[in-house]
Design a binder for this molecule. Structure first.
Ligand SMILES: C[S@@+](CC[C@H](N)C(=O)[O-])C[C@H]1O[C@@H](n2cnc3c(N)ncnc32)[C@H](O)[C@@H]1O
Length: 219
């Protein structure tokens, strides 16, 4: 097991991790396909990616698309970055940032799809605005996404899932909206490719049902 400091040192020298201190961190907005991937392909974001199981898993499944995992914790990104290097995946990047600042890294409409995977539930009332599926975040995601792009959200947490459904219920700009409280028994399961994140493995093993929703924005 590598120490946190060792992991930080490794990702500081990894091209596939875009983080503070690197020149590209300041210039990448609007230029992911030209300056990083060097090919014009649809971009999928995985927000709160942790180790980036979706980012790397989908990059393996869809070599013709580009994938970016976003998280504020560098030691977690180290793992996904390492998988991508081991598998020589040129269609993967990781962005280390606080998601509140996500609009500093993407031009409106630069993104084709967003996954939000097992974000922290933040159960305290005073943290409602910090939940990554609260309205102010959803409004940001809308700006990043192309009109044809899906927003997809997976969680084990029933309270966070119900909170998110309530946040979405008052909007009138959603289309193709589907959800399930039990993904593994749902017809929606195939669109999640049976990729399981670390948190999903942990909670599914405890018997928690995995909840999932997806929609597009009507522009
Ligand atoms: C519960 S973990 C889930 C990690 C991974 N998606 C999984 O399912 O295994 C939540 C992740 O979200 C990240 N995170 C939480 N709030 C964040 C924020 N505001 N900006 C960026 N990352 C955040 C944490 O660092 C952590 O890695």
């Amino acid at each position: 097991m590598k120490s946190k400091l060792k992991r930080f040192e490794i990702i500081a020298n990894r091209e596939n991790v875009i983080e503070p201190g690197k020149e590209i961190f300041k210039t990448i907005k609007g230029k992911w396909n030209t300056d990083y991937f060097k090919r014009d392909r649809p971009i999928t974001l995985e927000l709160a990616c942790g180790r980036g199981e979706y980012t790397v898993g989908m990059a393996r499944l869809f070599p013709e698309r580009n994938f970016i995992g976003v998280d504020k914790k560098g030691d977690r990104l180290w793992k996904g970055s390492t998988w991508a290097v081991e598998d020589q995946l040129a269609n993967v990047a990781f962005l280390r940032t606080e998601i509140l600042f996500i609009e500093s890294f993407f031009e409106p409409g630069e993104v084709d799809e967003i996954w939000l995977t097992f974000p922290d539930p933040r159960p305290r009332i005073r943290d409602i605005k910090r939940r990554l599926s609260s309205s102010r975040y959803i409004d940001m995601y809308k700006k990043l996404l192309k009109p044809t792009g899906y927003f997809r959200f997976k969680t084990d947490n029933t309270d966070l899932f119900n909170f998110t459904l309530e946040e979405l219920a008052v909007r009138n700009d959603l289309i193709e909206f589907e959800y399930t409280h039990d993904l593994y028994e749902s017809p929606l399961r195939p669109e999640c490719y049976d990729i399981k994140t670390k948190y999903e493995e942990m909670f599914a093993a405890k018997g928690e049902k995995i909840k999932y929703l997806r929609f597009k924005f009507k522009h």
